[in-house]
Design a protein around this ligand. Sequence first.
Ligand code: T1G
Length: 634
Amino acid sequence: MSVPRQIGIETRGALGVIYLRNAPVNALGHALRTAISDAHRAFCADPEIKAIALVGLPKFFSAGADIREFATGRKPPLLTEVIAQIEAAPKPTLALIGGVCFGGGFELTLACDIRLAAPNARFSFPEIRLGNIPGAGGTQKLPRLVGGPAALDIIVTAREVRAEEAAALGLCAEVLPDLEAALLRAEAMAAAGIERQPIGARAVPGDISEMDAAAETALGVARGALAVTRAVEGVRMAYDTPLEQGQAWERETFIELNASDQSRAQRHVFFAEREARKVPDLPRDTAPREITRAAVVGADSAGAGIAMCFARAGLPVVLIDTDAAQIERARARIAELWDQARDGGGIDGPTLVAQRARLELSTELHAAASADVVVAAVSEDMTQTQEIFSALDRICKPGAILVNNGATLDLDSIAQATRRPGDVIGMHFLQPDGAVRLLEVVRGARTAPEVIATVMALAPRLDKQPVLVGVCDGLVGNRMVRAFGREVQMLVEEGATPDQVDAALAGFGVDIGQQLRDACAGAQGQPPRAPLTEDEIRRRCLWQLVNTGCRLLEEGIALRASDIDVIFVHGYGFPRFRGGPMHHAEAVGLSKVLADIRHYHEMLGPRWAPAPLLERAVREGLSLDAAMTSEAVA
Ligand code: T1G
């Protein structure tokens, strides 16, 4: 039998092994599904084989269905058909799981009779982040394995279940030291004979009344996400519906949700996140520098939060402030945050001890001398910042990267205060305490390519989503939010009540934030100029975001419209199921958006002047990103 390149085949005694080898993540695209199906059928026909094992790559059992197929359509055998084939087979199947076991990959293992895990196994149903539900048995089988409440929590949060918890939950039979040990165990099981253990034959443990609290929790944070509502419906169904009927509902619901705006928006965000990590104009041979030690200068809450990011990432870090009292305040603040993380179950004891050990505090700027990256979170005053960078330039070793945290100071002016402008870059950690996933990476006019590559590679290590931006006051996110906030206040000055504006935007899934609420409370007073509808309020606030975003694209401060979407989803609470402001505008229709903006320009004046990029996109019938590169750029 010729073996397709997406898999490997091996016979180990009575065990037939199918190795999934569809790099980089074993996405279950058509070729891999076909290869698994054919190989499984061949082993079933082989009288020497008593059991079959599915084994992934060391770090990826499978990332699930190939998301790219969702927009283009899937060809048989569908994943549900491969799963049904395995469950109907005359011989038992084992899944030997190392690394990522997500979505359809997870469901593939639920079709198996036995699951053996390696210590790095990570189970998750990320479908909810794609505006969907598990569509190949997950909502019906997981409850049968772990109970309804636990299954619903896993499905609606997309959280990762590590190997030990998976074993404790009964998701896998046991955790072996590595995949080779799992193969030996599977080989012995095959030789001894394995009973079929189809999950579908089980009933959901516990009583359906236990779902009430779990459902309330899930729906409480859904913020209008359709998929959460359907996930609750599906898990409840598992209690009293035959498996086949439940899976038929699941397949129909998956197709319905996949066609929804919310799912399209979230698939857009998925690929936009990955696109944002790429720097288009970096020379291909650009090699990032090695980062093994960090320093953070400035021990206010921002600096303390940034230092903790490095410690969490496994990097030794020294937090420096020449003000001894500030250092003591930071010490107390950091201890409090770590205790909260431990008490909240977000971190276990040994991990906490290790993180604490990595973070030192110092009142000496010279403590930064051996750091590979130094983040200055000192002030929004240019003179003071230039003095700090000039001092760091003298103290730090050659090749150390000097970073400004912040969104207002001109990075190029800061770089000029040093003899190493190529080593100067910006990293805008958003508050509180640097806990927000977005990291705007600010490239200066003279920032060296390898410095950009280094910081873009460092961001995921800090559990940050990087987006590369240019130099301007407010960068991308804050500059757009200023325009948004100004429009909110103008609406209130025109007579809308702060609650009306707040409710209109909350209904869209956007929280205007307490600072803006307080500002509006002071601005109110005029009699209503005109009855302001929810729709009018949303359009004026959202299109200010979009028009400003178009100007940032024209100025080259933002690289892609999809980057702006990533900034708002990860940094400013824009609902993921809306895809981001620029995606939302394109979903509504750029011509409609432009018509509104032109109308407001006539009515409300210069702040509504349409961005030329938006006009060009509409004139040429292009997306914003396509209009950015269109030859007609005039
Ligand atoms: N389909 C297609 N491409 C994928 C993919 C997927 N599922 N996962 C990753 N890629 C691409 C990604 O776009 C990038 O491509 C490259 O792989 C490396 O990814 C039936 C229907 C697995 C944790 O949602 O969470 O199963 O940019 O940079 O940081 O119910 O990728 O290099 O060209 O992210 O190491 C559910 C999504 C699908 C998993 C790896 N599964 N992926 O992270 O690498 S729906 C997911 C991830 C489903 C079933 C339903 C992460 C990762 P490029 P990467 P990474």
